[in-house]
Design a protein around this ligand. Structure first.
Ligand code: KIV
Ligand code: ZN
Length: 511
C-alpha cells in the first residue's frame, strides 16, 4: 500500500469561508480533534494576517502533538518570520510559502514579471531555509500556469531548500486527466523532484476537487490538502473525509491508504459544522444526513436481504453508529467526566463544573442525553468563554395570534452592569432582536437565520445560527437552548460578541 499524507487546512483555507469567524479556543478544539483524526499536517492559520491568527497558530503549535503544524506565508520576510515565531514550539514546524505563477496572477495581481517571481521564490526559500527544515512551496494557480515555467521554478526552489512542492488548483479549473498529466510532466521534467514530496490542493468550483485530488494520487502525489466537510473559499476545498473514505473503500483499485482513524470522521465533521455554522448538506457524500438513508422500496428490500446491495460504506467505519444514548438524570460527575474524555473535550476545572451544571439542568427537561447534546452544551459554553461583551440574563416573550408580540430582555454587560429593555415585533424573534438593538443602542442587520434540532424528539435542544452585520462588520453566531427563542437571543448576542471581540483583538494586539 502506498502511503498518502493528509494536510488539513480547515483552520486556514476553511476558515476563509464567507462568514466563518472562530474564536481561538474553538480553533484549538478543532485542532485537538484533527490530531485525534490522525492528520499528518495541520495548517493552523496565516500568522501575519492578524494578531488573532498569530495567537491561534502559536497556541495550536504549543498544544498539539503527533502531527506537523504549518503556518502560511507570502514571499515576504516578515510573513516568514511571523510563521517561525508562531510555530517554532511545534513538534514538527512547517512553513507554507506561496506565490502565484500563472500569467494572469503574475501580471494582474502581483504585477511582477516571471523573472521577478522566479527570483523572489528562490531567494525567499533560501531565507526560510535558515530556520525551517520543512518548507512547503506552493505555486498558486498552478493549473493555469505554463508547465515549462513551473518546471524551471520548481527545480530552483528545491535547490534552495523546499521539501514539499504543492501545485494548487486555486480556482477549481482543472480536470482529473489534465491535473494528472501536469504532475506527470513535472515528475518527468524536474531532475531533482525525487528529493521532495509532491502535494495536491484542489478547490471545488466545478465540483471536481475530490476527483482531481484522487487523480493526483494516481499520478504519484503523496500529500493531499483539503478541509473537513470541504469548507473553504467560494465552493470550498477538496473534502478530506471523502478522499480518505474513497481510498479506503477502493483499496483494491488505488492501493493507497491514509493514516486517518476513519471512525473519527463523523465526530470531526459535526464539530467543524457546529463551530463554523456551515451546515453539511443532507445529500453530501460520506457525512450527509441522508448518506445512509434508503428510501425506495426496492432499495430497502435489497438492504434488508444483504446490506451490501446498496450500501458500500458501513456506518461503523466512519463512527456513525457510536452516537448512542448515554447519560441521564441519575448520572454522576464521574460518569460525566468519563463521557467528556471519551468525546475528547478539553475542559478546565471551572469549565467542567459549569458543563456538569448545564448537563444536570438539561436532564430535568430531557430524559436521554446523547453525545450530540453534550457536545452542543460544551460548544455553547465555549462560545461564552471568550470574554463576551453581552450575556443573556433573562428573556420573556408574550405572543398571541391576535396580539402584538412583545419581548422583554435582560443583558449583563462586560463591565458587570445590567441592562433591560422591551420592544414589539411582528413575531417573537423580531421582537427579541429589536429589543437587543435597543439595548445595544445600535442597529444590527440580520442576514441569515437558521434553526436545527440537536437530536430527534420534542425535547431536543435547539441550535440557532445567525449571520449579522454590526458596526461595519459581519459575523456568525450560534446559540443553544431547550427553547428556540432563548437560542435565538443567544445566537444574536454571540454574533455581536464575536464582532466586538475581533475588533478588540485588532485594536489591542497580541504579543
Ligand atoms: O488555493 C490556493 O492556491 C491556496 C494557496 C495559498 C496554497 O490556498
Ligand atoms: Zn486554497
Amino acid at each position: 500500500m502506498r502511503k498518502v499524507e493528509i494536510f488539513d487546512t480547515t483552520l486556514r483555507d476553511g476558515e476563509q469561508s464567507a462568514g466563518v469567524n472562530l474564536h481561538t479556543h474553538e480553533k484549538l478544539e478543532i485542532a485537538y480533534q484533527l490530531a485525534r483524526y490522525g492528520v499528518d499536517v495541520m495548517e493552523a492559520g496565516y500568522p501575519a494576517s492578524s494578531p488573532g491568527d498569530f495567537d491561534a497558530v502559536s497556541q495550536i503549535a504549543k498544544s498539539i502533538k503527533g502531527c506537523s503544524v504549518a503556518g502560511l506565508a507570502r514571499h515576504v520576510q516578515s510573513d516568514v518570520d511571523a510563521v517561525w515565531e508562531a510555530v517554532k514550539d511545534a513538534e514538527a514546524p512547517r512553513l507554507h510559502l506561496f506565490i502565484a505563477t500563472s500569467p494572469i496572477h503574475m501580471q494582474d495581481k502581483l504585477r511582477m514579471t516571471p523573472n521577478q517571481v522566479f527570483e523572489a521564490a528562490q531567494s525567499m526559500v533560501r531565507y526560510a531555509a535558515k530556520r525551517f527544515s520543512d518548507i512547503e512551496w506552493s505555486a498558486e494557480d498552478a493549473t493555469r500556469s505554463e508547465w515549462p515555467f513551473l518546471a524551471e521554478l520548481i527545480e530552483a526552489v528545491i535547490r534552495a531548500g523546499a521539501t514539499v512542492i504543492n501545485l494548487p488548483d486555486t480556482v477549481g479549473y482543472t480536470t482529473p486527466a489534465e491535473y494528472s498529466q501536469m504532475f506527470k510532466y513535472i515528475q518527468e521534467h524536474v531532475p531533482n523532484i525525487h528529493r521532495v514530496k509532491l502535494s495536491a490542493h484542489c478547490h471545488d468550483d466545478l465540483g471536481l476537487a475530490v476527483a482531481n485530488s484522487i487523480a493526483a494520487i494516481e499520478a504519484g502525489v503523496t500529500q493531499i490538502e483539503g478541509t473537513i466537510n470541504g469548507i473553504g473559499e467560494r465552493a470550498g476545498n477538496a473534502s478530506l473525509e471523502e478522499v480518505a473514505v474513497a481510498l479506503a473503500i477502493r483499496r483494491d483499485y488505488y492501493q493507497a491508504e491514509t493514516r486517518l482513524d476513519l471512525a473519527q470522521t463523523m465526530r470531526t465533521s459535526r464539530l467543524v459544522s457546529k463551530l463554523t455554522g456551515m451546515v453539511v448538506p443532507a445529500n453530501k457524500a460520506v457525512v450527509g444526513a441522508n448518506a445512509f438513508a434508503h428510501e425506495s422500496g426496492i432499495h430497502q428490500d435489497g438492504v434488508l436481504k444483504n446490506v451490501l446491495t446498496y450500501e458500500i460504506i458501513r456506518p461503523e467505519m466512519i463512527g456513525l453508529a457510536s452516537n448512542s444514548l448515554v447519560l441521564g438524570k441519575h448520572s454522576g460527575r464521574h460518569a460525566f467526566r468519563e463521557k467528556c474524555q471519551e468525546l475528547g473535550l478539553h475542559l478546565s476545572d471551572d469549565e467542567f463544573n459549569q458543563l456538569f451544571k448545564n448537563f444536570k439542568q438539561l436532564t430535568e427537561k430531557k430524559k436521554d442525553v446523547t453525545d450530540d447534546d453534550i457536545l452542543a452544551l460544551a460548544l455553547e459554553a465555549s462560545a461564552n468563554s471568550g470574554r463576551p461583551h453581552y450575556e443573556l440574563e433573562y428573556l420573556h416573550v408574550s405572543f398571541g395570534s391576535n396580539a402584538i408580540t412583545t419581548a422583554t430582555l435582560g443583558v449583563r454587560m462586560a463591565d458587570g452592569t445590567k441592562g433591560q429593555e422591551a420592544a414589539t415585533g411582528n413575531g417573537s424573534v423580531e421582537a427579541i432582536y429589536r429589543t437587543i438593538e435597543r439595548l445595544l443602542n445600535h442597529p444590527v442587520e440580520l442576514q441569515d437565520y437558521r434553526i436545527q434540532s440537536t437530536t430527534g424528539g420534542k425535547d431536543s435542544l435547539a441550535e440557532v445560527y445567525v449571520r449579522v452585520g454590526y458596526d461595519g462588520a459581519f459575523g456568525n453566531g450560534r446559540g443553544v437552548d431547550n427553547d428556540v427563542l432563548a437560542a435565538s437571543a443567544k445566537a444574536f448576542l454571540d454574533a455581536v460578541n464575536r464582532i466586538a471581540l475581533k475588533r478588540e483583538f485588532k485594536e489591542v494586539g497580541v504579543s
